[in-house]
Design a protein around this ligand. Structure first.
Ligand code: ADP
Ligand code: MG
Length: 616
């Protein structure tokens, strides 16, 4: 008994949240385009009103004209009135569907996405590693504008269908109370069957999700340029084709599994509606008419009204079920908009100093969300202004993680990072990040001009341009940019423009490095800035970076897995398995003859033998 009640409670809550969620979305659309909400309601109400009018009132009047001895003029005026009403409603509907909706759809689509873009930028990076959150966001983003029409239409339909079916049922019952039986029986039956059918459809959808995801993955991979090389050169396509094939077979199997139940329920539904509803009412009306209990006009109204009201109730039921399914999606959207970031970019805080003297890691440990292993463990180190620091270690040792903590993409799980002695969490995060020029290991170039790709914002004046040009010169890619048709205003990538250019891996990386210097930030973080460069270019790059950092007394950290490049830095940190193993200058570390010395000698040997003597 207790369990039943708690289930009921849950159902009740679900209903409340479905209504709440739909109202939330209506408010959201109202904020963007109030007229769309109003006209949508007007349009749907017109629809149902016309339907009710023609199937009941019009018939009642016309067939009752003889019985009620109405004059010809009266009938003519009524018909003209009906025609005018219909013309008016149709004209409005045509304007609404063809002029108004397409225009406001675009506006709503744009504004909703603008809101989503705005929000997604404030979301913690760690959220991207949480598949559940990621799905919530992508679903919300993809469906936001698609569902707009459905939410608006169905909310209006529920009200309009309820009111008009109430009116029709009332009219029918005033002719004969028997009508209630032929309306109620199919309705109750349908609610029951409809619920079961809805559950079957939901189950089919749920069971197909994993297979659909795999199909989506293959679709993406086949069309993405990033994969096209491997796809052409190798037989990897066979693997993808098999994934697709098995996924498709699973989807078909799921559809088959539910096929019988689905068709059985559909048949029951039609029997309830057509046999029990329509034909029951017709037979009943005919019997009543033969016995002289009802007039001809009443017979016509009953015959018409049962068909109309059945469809209206059907619409009402469909609209209600759409309202419920939309509520799930709106829940995603609400959760997303309601997400409170752990690292709140709008929180404000102290203004960080212009001159950064030191950055200290104090007992810093960090674990990625959902991971058991610590990516960094009890790190204690201090970085100073004017000193070039290198961070070395094999792949996965935690170098990039340390850089991400410095950027405040994540906050330490334990311990603190101090800038000039103050916990970096106390600073205004936007201003704090402005103090840092960074080039990431997994950088991305955007479909924008070279200049914008360096500045990572719009260029506002000649000072901006000069800074970007200098940065390009420093990162040794300016000569190449000069050969492009529009120089630094050339569009990168051919995404939108045939005149756009595609740069080589090394050139792309140099643009990424230019970013770190364009803002003239006091702190420079470079995560494997030279991985796409050949050894000579890499050596040159490190010299340039060294000069830049030294000349301007910057605090710099360069991550590299090539020991030889790190050797040029004054202070070297060796990470292994998330722990700080050694620190010191190149000479000190060689003298200590530990991991660094071992790795340095080993790599130097490899370079001599494997890469033809580029021993740097
Ligand atoms: P490095 O830059 O030294 O190659 P990283 O800092 O990228 O190493 O990674 C350190 C460890 O943290 C690795 O074991 C890696 O698998 C793990 N790691 C890195 N990024 C993530 C992430 N987003 N989620 C979970 N684990 C991660
Ligand atoms: Mg890395």
């Amino acid at each position: 008994m207790g369990k039943k009640e708690s289930n009921k409670d849950r159902m009740k809550k679900k209903k409340v949240s479905a209504i709440k969620n739909n109202l939330y979305f209506l408010r959201l659309i109202w904020g963007i385009s109030p007229s769309r909400v109003i006209y949508n309601f007007v349009n749907v109400f017109f629809d149902f009103a016309m339907w009710t009018f023609y199937s009941v009132t019009f018939m009642q009047f016309l067939f009752g004209a003889g019985e009620n001895m109405r004059s010809f003029t009266e009938v003519a005026i009524f018909i003209w009135f009906a025609v005018a009403l219909s013309m008016g409603a149709n004209t409005f509907s045509a304007w609404y569907q063809n002029c108004f909706v397409p225009r406001t759809d675009i506006q709503i689509h744009y504004e909703l996405n603008a809101m989503l873009f705005q929000k997604v930028q404030t979301v913690d990076l760690s959220c991207y590693e949480n598949p559940e959150f990621y799905n919530t966001y992508t679903k919300a983003a993809v469906e936001a504008s698609e569902r707009t029409k459905s939410v608006l239409d169905n909310c209006a339909k529920v009200m309009a269908a309820f009111l008009s079916s109430f009116f029709v049922i009332w009219t029918m019952c005033s002719i004969t109370p028997w009508a209630l039986v032929f309306v109620a029986l199919p309705l109750v039956g349908n609610l029951f069957v409809g619920k079961k059918l809805g559950k079957v459809l939901y189950d089919i959808e749920q069971e197909s999700i994993p297979a659909k995801r795999r199909m989506d993955y293959v679709n993406r991979v086949v069309y993405f340029r990033k994969y096209s090389g491997e796809l052409r050169l190798t037989n990897v396509f066979c693997i993808l084709r098999n994934i697709y094939k098995t996924a498709m077979e699973e989807t078909i199997a799921t559809a088959r599994k539910f096929a019988f139940k689905r068709s059985f329920l559909s048949i029951v539904k039609s029997v309830l509606m057509y046999v029990l509803g329509f034909e029951g009412m017709w037979v009943c009306a005919a019997v009543l008419a033969i016995r002289g209990r009802i007039s001809l006009s009443e017979l016509v109204v009953l015959v018409n009204a049962i068909v109309s009201v059945s469809w209206m109730l059907n619409d009402l039921e469909n609209a209600l079920s759409s309202i419920f399914s939309n509520a799930f999606f709106i829940e995603n959207l609400r959760q997303f908009f309601g997400y409170v970031p752990k690292i709140d970019e709008s929180a404000g805080g102290k203004e960080p100093p212009q001159q950064v003297d030191s950055i200290e890691f104090k007992n810093v440990s960090f674990r990625y969300a959902g991971q058991e292993k610590y990516a960094l463990q009890n790190i204690n180190l201090t970085l100073y202004r004017g000193v070039r620091h290198a961070l070395v270690g094999i792949n996965g040792s935690g170098k990039s993680t340390l850089i991400k903590l410095l950027m405040r993409f994540y906050d330490p799980t334990e311990g603190v990072i101090l800038l000039n002695g103050v916990d970096i969490r106390e600073y205004d995060i936007k201003q704090y990040r402005q103090r840092i020029g960074a080039a990431f290991q997994d950088f991305a170039l955007f479909a924008a001009t070279v200049l914008e790709n360096v500045l990572l914002r719009e260029s506002e004046d000649s000072i901006d341009r000069e800074a970007a040009v200098n940065a390009l010169k420093n990162s040794d890619v300016y000569d190449k940019i000069q050969t492009l048709r529009y120089k630094e205003d050339t569009l990168l990538t051919r995404e939108f423009d045939n005149e756009g250019v595609e740069l080589s891996g090394g050139e792309r990386q140099k643009i990424a490095i230019a970013r770190a210097f364009a803002g003239q930030a006091p702190v420079v973080l470079l995560d494997e800035p030279s991985s796409a460069l050949d050894p000579i270019a890499e050596y040159k790059m490190f010299e340039i970076i060294a000069q830049l950092c030294e000349g301007e007394h910057k605090l710099s950290v360069i991550v590299s897995h090539r020991m030889s490049s790190a050797a040029a830095c004054e202070k070297i940190f060796v990470l292994e398995n998330g722990k700080l193993l050694e620190q010191g200058s190149h000479a000190e570390l060689l003298a200590a003859n530990g991991t660094y010395a071992y790795m340095f000698h080993k790599q130097a040997r490899n370079y001599q033998t494997e890469e033809g003597g580029y021993d740097v």
